[in-house]
Design a binder for this molecule. Structure first.
Ligand SMILES: O=C[C@H](O)[C@H](O)COP(=O)(O)O
Ligand SMILES: C=C(OP(=O)(O)O)C(=O)O
Length: 360
């Protein structure tokens, strides 16, 4: 691997380097369409309005734990777009379109990293597939939400994202806090996997100020990135090793801590992950308890995250086995609510939002 420019001490454990198309090359091949662009602009404005308390609806970020099958993902998007339109007066629905999966140790890392689900890591195809998917969901008028994991990804996909997340495993990362300071949409920081909220509060503080860091430019070259800071951040409570943190006392404490730090006191609660032990049946129960908080008038609870797909539960993914053995429409990462349960939960959340707003 060593080249004349590289000392014999370099890259001793690098087994391959394959250049990818530059971000601008992909954006030229897959430009934003007018409809998708309008969905993003509208989505970002409405998410900010809800998170700033200017729009009294409830934000619901809902969709598969991961997008692994484009056809099933778009079928889900069709259903969600229709349902979201009927609940639009009370809910602002943003679809989870997660292409990068942070693993606790090892496992399939998502559509960008391994789009063929076979360990081939055809990232060039993965990033293009993810962009095509985002454009297709935008064409349906649905705003998209994603977790930003690889610091290079936003140059390829972020123009199509209306709400971003920094996950529990990266909320303390300076790399990700710097990244958020330059992102163009509202971003939620999850609390740590141990349940620690402070890493999310500190993440919001760090992301709110201008940053300078090493990144890539639209031509894919190493670049000094300078940012303005992102004031549109908030915390996402997702439970932790210390237990669930979805109760009214947790929401109030998080809201107070954010307010004391001069940050947005409105909180989003993830009904999945450690708030339900990744059990989709318990996730539905947590969602109903969140609806009760909203109906009781909690304005600190600005949003809810749900992991949901066509078929409830999850299935093991064996990247050495043919993918045609997989159950269509079922998560290959965390367990998700079934579509039918999702409809019932969203209608319950809409009713709660309506009551909180005094609309009936
Ligand atoms: O949302 C997905 C998972 O919670 C996350 O990627 C960690 O999953 P793992 O603990 O199975 O690696
Ligand atoms: C990985 C996720 O969540 P967390 O970072 O809370 O584990 C997710 O929302 O897909």
């Amino acid at each position: 691997m060593t080249t004349p420019l590289r000392a014999s001490t370099a890259d001793l454990r690098v087994t391959g380097l394959s250049p990818l198309p530059a971000p601008d090359a992909l954006l030229a091949e897959l430009p934003a369409t007018p409809a998708a662009g309008a969905a993003v602009e509208r989505g970002r404005a409405e998410v900010s309005a809800v998170l700033d308390g200017l729009d009294d609806r409830l934000l619901v970020v809902v969709g598969p734990c991961s997008i692994h099958d484009v056809r099933a993902g778009l079928e889900y998007a069709d259903r969600l777009a229709d349902l979201a339109a009927t609940l639009r007066g009370d809910l602002l629905v943003v679809m989870r379109t997660y292409f990068e999966k942070p693993r606790t140790t090892v496992g399939w890392k998502g559509l960008v990293n391994d789009p063929h689900l076979d360990g081939s890591h055809d990232i060039a195809t993965g990033i293009a597939t993810a962009r095509r998917f985002l454009l297709a969901v935008g064409e349906r008028g649905l705003p998209c939400a994603t977790e930003f994991l690889e610091p290079v990804t936003p140059q390829y996909l972020a123009d199509q994202i209306s709400w971003g997340a920094i996950g529990a495993r990266t909320a303390e990362s300076q790399i990700h806090r710097q990244l958020v300071s330059g992102l163009s949409m509202p971003v939620g920081f999850k609390n740590g996997t141990d349940g620690d909220l402070q890493v999310a509060v500190d993440g919001c503080s760090a992301a709110a100020v201008p940053q300078s860091f090493l990144g890539i430019d639209p031509q894919g070259r190493a670049a000094l990135v300078s940012t303005a800071g992102n004031p549109d951040t908030h915390v996402v409570l997702r439970g932790g090793r210390t237990g669930p943190n979805h109760g009214p006392e947790h929401v109030a404490a998080a809201s107070a801590r954010m307010a004391a730090a001069g940050l947005n006191p409105r909180v989003v609660v993830d009904a999945s992950h450690a708030n339900s032990g990744k059990d989709h049946r318990r996730q539905a129960e947590v969602a109903r308890s969140l609806a009760a908080q909203v109906a009781a008038g909690s304005t600190a609870l600005a949003g809810v995250m749900l992991e949901s797909f066509l078929v409830g539960g999850a299935q093991e993914l064996d990247v050495t086995a043919p993918t045609d053995r997989l159950t269509y429409g079922q998560s290959v990462t965390d367990a998700c609510l079934s579509w039918d349960t999702t409809v019932e939960v969203l209608r319950t959340l809409a009713e709660a939002s309506r009551r909180r707003a005094g609309r009936g």
